[in-house]
Ligand binder design. Structure first.
Ligand SMILES: Cc1ncc(COP(=O)(O)O)c(C=O)c1O
Length: 477
């Protein structure tokens, strides 16, 4: 396990500034000498203003702080404050910030050459990574790998491959899903605001059906099975469908863990009807759920599997791994792009795979998840604000809801909790259709001690938020 050099300080709540945002200048930390800030003092104070001036508001950010350096499970900002990072770049940093093996691999490749474009000269590292991904993904069948730059691009290419392979056009995706922000990925994404709003029209022949959601859907998890059957008899005949794309655990949707029979049922249906089953592991992949890939929990075979995020420890890289005969359906030149499979990113990804094996990070995910779930379940008795606790491996979340009969989503409380945790030295992020789910995506190199301290901070923040008046809640985020 990699040692981390920083520890989160007992961060004090910041002063509210005159414009209602929490003031940055009053923030002090015992760890403030841990890292040298990279900006000059005059620049530091203005970063928030400059962001507002030069970066479009669509590029949302959870926290008004700016990173200067990272190590393991901690991040130090430009003012020298060190935080425990339980967001991990939204799940990209499973091997931790600045892992020496990843840095060394990327640096070594940088010194040789940075890019040739695989369509001109294919880097040997592209081929090596393609092979490694076919080896570490589940399923004993011939596979091939396409490398691209982002999760959304992997999604787009998977749909292209499925359509080319089947000669069909219809695609089924799920409500409350997230598959990315490009136009086709948005068509497959099941959350209207902020993702789809204002961006239509979307690609035709894409159909969203309910996901199996035990918390919101009750005993039959939202009636997904009956709805799917009705869909095939009323909307699109099953033999017209090219692909079904599904997250094994919904990520942005709020860490929804479906019942055990969900994926096997979809697998059986797709096999019967010749539908390509695309498993989107962009967020669940690379060890997060206590298996290298979440689909392994269901013991089913994928047709195409998508991975990104933690694949290359934050360098832009994503992959479509699939059955060789499907992957070869598009014509030569039909797949690829200028940057896909950049050798520096491939070097980082190969190092990430080695780190996972050497440091036992998949087992570590189980351990961290168990620690988090135990504490969260105990908190449920103390804080009525916690409507649900759920997770798979280290993909753990708690959904905040009011104690009324409908368990109305507590979005303001979730936002306030993020602020409270940040002020105590912990970076958290949310998820969910109603933005009321607190999700944990800490690096898998987080030590037991760091995990315990992060959970202590969440507990203290929950206590603070639970005691807030509506006016205080409004001011807190
Ligand atoms: C399941 C899933 N698919 C696709 C994407 C899109 O990935 P990217 O943001 O790299 O385009 C995400 C991003 O969060 C995701 O969680």
């Amino acid at each position: 396990m990699k040692a981390t050099s920083h520890s989160p300080a007992s961060h004090k709540p910041r002063q509210q500034s005159h414009d209602g945002r929490d003031g940055h200048d009053g923030h002090t930390s015992a760890a403030s000498t841990a890292t040298q800030p990279t900006q000059r003092p005059a620049e530091r104070g203005s970063l928030r203003d400059e962001r507002q001036r030069y970066v479009p508001r669509g590029v949302f950010t959870y926290h008004p702080i700016f990173p200067a350096s990272g190590s393991g499970a901690t991040i130090t900002d430009t003012e020298g404050n060190t935080y425990l990072d339980f967001a991990g770049g939204i799940g990209t940093m499973n091997v931790g910030h600045s892992h020496p093996a990843v840095i060394a691999a990327a640096q070594a490749q940088m010194e040789l050459y940075t890019h040739t474009c695989a369509h001109v000269l294919t880097p040997p590292l592209y081929i090596e990574l393609a092979r490694r991904l076919t080896e570490i993904t589940p399923g004993d069948f011939a596979k091939k790998t396409l490398l691209v730059n982002s999760g959304a691009e992997a999604v787009e290419n998977a749909i292209k491959i499925a359509r080319a392979a089947t000669g069909r056009s219809a695609v089924i995706a799920f409500e409350n899903s997230f598959h990315g922000r490009t136009n086709l990925a948005l068509a497959l994404t099941g959350k209207a605001r902020p993702y789809r709003a204002n961006f239509g029209p979307f690609a035709p022949d894409i159909h969203l059906v309910p996901y199996a959601d035990p918390y919101h859907g009750g005993a039959d998890a939202g009636g997904w099975r009956a709805t799917l059957e009705r869909f095939f008899s009323t909307r699109v005949a099953a033999d017209q469908v090219a692909a079904m794309i599904v997250e094994p655990v919904q990520g942005e949707g709020g860490f929804i863990v479906p019942p055990a029979d969900f994926l096997p049922t979809l697998r059986a249906l797709c096999s019967q009807q010749g539908i390509v089953l695309i498993i989107d592991e962009v967020q669940t992949g690379f060890g997060r759920t206590g298996r290298m890939f979440a689909v392994e929990h269901s013991d089913i075979e994928f047709d195409l599997l998508l991975t990104a995020k933690s694949l290359a420890a934050g360098l832009p890289l994503a992959a479509v791994v699939g059955r060789a005969e499907l992957m070869d359906a598009p014509l030569p030149g039909g797949l690829g792009g200028t940057y896909g499979g950049n050798p520096v990113a491939c070097a980082a990804a190969l190092a990430v795979i080695e780190v996972f094996e050497r440091e036992g990070l998949v087992a570590r995910a189980e351990r961290l998840g168990t620690m988090a779930l135990e504490r969260m379940h105990a908190w449920q008795a103390r804080f009525p604000l916690i409507g649900d606790v759920r997770g798979l491996g280290a993909m753990v979340a708690m959904e905040l809801a009011h104690s009324d009969e409908k368990r109305t989503p507590a979005a303001a409380e979730a936002a306030a909790l993020l602020t409270e945790a940040r002020q105590r030295g912990l970076i958290l992020i949310k998820a969910g259709l109603y933005d009321n789910v607190i999700r944990l995506l800490m690096p898998l190199v987080t030590t037991d001690d760091e995990m315990a301290r992060g959970l202590d901070i969440i507990e203290a923040s929950l206590a603070a938020v639970s005691a807030m008046t509506p006016a205080e809640l409004e001011a807190a985020h």
